[in-house]
Each structure stands twice: as structure tokens, then as C-alpha cells.
Design a protein around this ligand. Sequence first.
Ligand SMILES: N[C@H](CCC[C@H](N)C(=O)O)C(=O)O
Length: 294
Amino acid sequence: MAGTAPFAKMNGIGNEIIVADMRGRADKVTAAAAIALNADAATKFDQIMAIHDARTPGTAYYIDILNSDGTSAQACGNGTRCVVQALAAETGQKRFTFETRAGILNAEEHADGLISVDMGKPRFGWQEIPLAEEFRDTRMIELQIGPIDAPVLHSPSAVSMGNPHVIFWVDNDVWSYELDRFGPLLENHPIFPERANITIAQVTSPETMIIRTWERGAGLTKACGSAACAAVVAAARTRRTGRSVSLLAPGGGKLNVEWRDDDHVILTGAAEWEFSGSFDPSTGAWARDTESAA
Ligand SMILES: N[C@H](CCC[C@H](N)C(=O)O)C(=O)O
């Protein structure tokens, strides 16, 4: 056992995040530790962002991302903002370059405390998302749920933001859909060989949208940053919105997404610290810091 590691329980507009400080050590946060932390009401989370020493010159850290079921994710926008806030508080530095499974990304904390993450370029090829069969045009793929002649949700757009997303467009209130029931079926549908994050989106104007997401490996969450990015890219691609959109998430939080002309997608929003502690990365046993609030 390599000893305990410090962590901070944080959230990115309600997306429950644990930032784990794994710098200077060779071990990793195990799936068993993730499952144990998620089973405890105090540390229940959507993603763990484990900060490791850099692997690539020009990057500050490597970030390993775990879902609450112990599986890995390539990207987590809301979690990345939490990492930036924690590191900015520690170092005074405002700009960071990280490496994740999805590649290298830049992020910065602004003077007003909001944090922007450059989530990179979206990908639309069916093999890149990935989908199990060829779709020449992923702006709308054949997939539906509910009665065959009166589907409840159908014809989503598919996008990779490093991780796989589909977005179902709805005219009604996003709360009127049983995403808790449909989510698991869609996440694990055979069309998604690596499963997928499932979002319902209601476009309310060319600059505003309301979204709800069933996350791969985490279930219903109060917000999902990469889904917000995927939804805006897909909405702009299908001429439902422009390229700069403000999104309202179920936690009541707001995110801004801009799909820049250079094809990069910038996610901006808040992050919040809740409490700090230390944990065993192999078992998930943890203790709260005594000076920690809440
Ligand atoms: N909450 C995250 C996304 C997690 C994605 C994860 N559920 C997966 O792709 O497996 C976000 O803010 O971007």
C-alpha cells in the first residue's frame, strides 16, 4: 500500500466530482475504490479526477478519469474545471495544460472565478464516436425508444467529444421524459460498442438550451460538461442554434459553450469546493480533514 492520498470533494454546477491528488506516486485509483467511495453518501460522486504526474512534455499533469461504476472516461468538462480551481488555489497559477485519455487540453480560471476548458475538436465519423454500424450522416441516426409506431425519443444526433454522446431533440419539457428508465437501455444499446452518454435537449432560442443527461457509467447527473459541448455542436450542425449557447442543467447551473471557428469547443462555468480529506486509492477507505468545513 502506497499510503493515503489527499482528495477534495467538489462539484461543477452540481456534477459531483472527487479531485484526487495522485501526484508523486505510481499507483492508480482502483475501480474498487471508486465503487466504495460512491457507495458512501458523503463521497457519492459522478467522476473522480485523479491528478497524476505528467507523462508528456509541455503538460502539467495527466488526469485519469473514473466514472462512479469504476469504468474510465476520456473526457469530463465539469471535472476539469474542478481540477483547475483546486490547482489554482494551491499554486496561484491560472492556466494549465493537461493530458487525458482524449488528448491534451488547455484550461484557465478567469478573474471572475469562472473557468474555461478547451474541450478540443468534436468528431462526427461513425467509427470515431464509435457506432457499431455505418452512418454516413451522424447529424441524425436511426435509433428510437418506445412503441415502434409512436417512439418517445428518436433520431438523435451523435458526436464524440473524446467520449461518445447522443442528443435527442425534444419540444416538450425535458422533465416529462423518463430518462431514468430509458437511460440504461440507450447507454447499453448495441449500436454503441463503447456505450454512450445520453442527452435530451430542448432548444429554447438560437442561444439557449435546456439539457438532461444520463451519463455512461454514472447515470442521471445534475450536469455533464462534455454533453453540453456535444449538444451545442450537434445543435449548430443541424441549424437549431448558433455556435455560442448558454445551457441550463438540472442542478440549476449554467454553462456556456462556444464552438469556435477554429473548431475547438470551449466550455465555461463555475466550480465549487465542498470538503477535503484523504483516502486509500486501492480500497476507497477515507477520512475527512479535521480543519475541513461542512
Ligand atoms: N460529467 C462529465 C462527463 C463524464 C462522461 C462519462 N460519463 C463518460 O463518458 O463515460 C463532464 O462534465 O463532461
